[in-house]
Design a protein around this ligand. Structure first.
Ligand code: AMP
Ligand code: ZN
Length: 465
């Protein structure tokens, strides 16, 4: 598997640093508001990398953080409160309740676009001690300084600052000149806050060696990535806008604290645009995943739409294009249901083997999904390929595509006599309150890859997704 590394600006082979499990960290959502399909495009990138690696046979560990405090860059309002608190004022919920509500909404929407759950969703508010520990290390190593309860990173102590975004200190200086006036405590305008002193209105705050305060936005990702994946891990993802300042600052913090590179490959996804503008709450042009469903569109059609553009490129959203992909998806599933009746081949034909090779090659080649879709199309239309073989190929590729291509097959599924007999026996056991027998039969059904549900009408089964 090869991925484009934004830091070295070259396509590089993924080689797990621990020799076994590929470890991925993705910058996750800020949970004071609903996320939109633009955010989803960035989160789908992490999911796709994990799926592609697993498809190649690598074990993967995927961590995605939840930002429930400290996203300060564009979120400090005039009153000095951050947006977590602003939403609190809006809705009469506590910061923790807001975070919970939007985290659940995020997971729900992510499920709908086929993002498989990460192995861990660490929350910033649950990692304050880890953040403080890194800040202390940075102070000890001379990378940080404290002024009146606020701790800053001194970027002049990290000569490589700017290596990811390509912003040299000179350029940054020019860009930051105006800011000096707003914060006279900084030694250099491009220094950034690791820890901020809490003002009188601040609700979300913690005790620290520097007094009551709260973390800067970037420190959470240094703390959570290294805590959960170690001081060297393989892949870090985010959207293009995360390169600067978020990831530039994360590199300065993490490498400054441990004294060596931490991330092997930095992967950044292009933005989703709407009418030539990037999709953003502030641009008032956001669409949520649930809006798609309301328009009668399967959210997985959005996933398919995204595959049509290489992940690094910007992508323009249009409802017409989405509707086109929705029809395409419906058609693919219908064909799968037709082909499912045909016998599966014992082994792939030479033509099938070649298609499979090309699909795998496209996915491994820095996630060339547009090319992978070309192969899908050819497989659907290829003359001389048996229907059972088309089915087998597409069903196996769906591990990467995540389009639920077998949905129609599943919905048309009827239990066979063996399954019916087990269901009858389980219902009899349940009426006799013989829970041991009922559980034992449930396990047998589950071992047949069936989902077992207890309903008022008795046991119901269906193929597991
Ligand atoms: P936020 O919740 O604002 O921190 O954003 C979460 C993620 O979504 C970040 O990785 C951003 O880079 C990404 N993101 C925000 N807007 C877009 C967009 N229009 N297209 C793609 N990714 C985006
Ligand atoms: Zn982050």
């Amino acid at each position: 598997m090869r991925l484009y590394d934004s830091l070295t600006r070259e396509v590089r082979e993924v080689v797990p640093v621990d020799g076994r499990t590929v470890k991925i960290y993705s910058c996750g959502p800020t949970v004071y508001r609903y996320i939109h399909i633009g955010n989803m495009r960035s989160f789908m990138l992490g999911d796709l990398i994990r799926r592609a690696l697993r498809f190649e046979g690598h074990p993967v560990r995927w961590v995605m953080n939840i930002t429930d405090v400290g996203h300060m860059t564009d979120e400090v309002t005039d009153s000095g409160r951050d947006k977590m608190e602003l939403a609190e004022a809006d809705e009469g919920l506590s910061a923790a309740e807001i975070a919970q509500k939007y985290t659940e909404a995020f997971l729900h929407d992510a499920d709908l676009v086929g993002i498989q759950r990460a192995d861990l969703y660490p929350r910033a508010t649950e990692h304050i001690p880890e953040m403080i520990a890194i800040i202390q290390r940075l102070l000890e190593r001379g990378h940080a300084y404290e002024v009146d309860g606020t701790v800053y990173y001194d970027v002049t102590t990290f000569p490589e600052y700017g290596k990811l975004s390509g912003n040299t200190l000179d350029q940054l200086r020019a860009g930051h000149r105006q800011e000096v006036a707003t914060d006279p405590n900084k030694r250099h305008p491009e220094d950034f806050a690791l820890w901020k002193k809490a003002g009188p209105n601040r609700l979300l705050k913690w005790p620290s060696p520097w007094g009551e305060g709260f973390p800067g936005w970037h420190i959470e990702c240094s703390a959570m990535s290294m805590k959960h994946l170690g001081e060297r891990f393989d892949i870090h993802t985010g959207g293009n806008d995360n390169k600067f300042p978020h990831h530039e600052d994360e590199i300065a913090q993490s490498e400054g604290a441990v004294g060596h590179p931490v991330v092997s490959i930095w992967v950044h996804g292009g933005f989703l645009q709407m009418g030539g503008q990037k999709m953003a709450k502030s641009a008032r042009n956001i669409t949520r995943v649930t809006d798609l469903a309301e328009q009668g569109i399967d959210p997985l059609a959005y996933r398919l739409l995204c595959f049509g553009t290489r992940y690094r490129s910007e992508m323009d959203f249009s409802w017409e294009a989405l509707e086109g992909q929705n029809r395409r998806l419906t058609d693919l599933r219908r064909r799968m249901a037709e082909w499912s009746a045909a016998p599966r081949p014992e082994r792939l034909s030479p033509a099938g083997t070649e298609l499979d090779r090309r699909f795998r090659e496209a996915v491994s080649d820095d996630l060339d999904m547009p090319q992978a879709l070309v192969v899908v199309n050819e497989t659907v239309g290829a003359a001389g390929l048996a229907p059972g073989e088309r089915y087998a190929l597409l069903a196996s590729w769906d591990a990467v595509l995540g389009l639920d291509l077998e949905r129609d097959v599943r919905e048309r599924w009827e239990p066979g006599p063996e399954v019916l007999e087990l269901v009858r026996r389980r219902d009899r056991a349940r009426s006799a309150k013989d829970w041991t027998a009922a559980d034992e039969i449930r396990s047998r059904l589950q071992a047949m890859d069936l989902e077992v549900m207890d309903t008022p009408e008795g046991t119901k089964v269906r193929p597991r997704r």
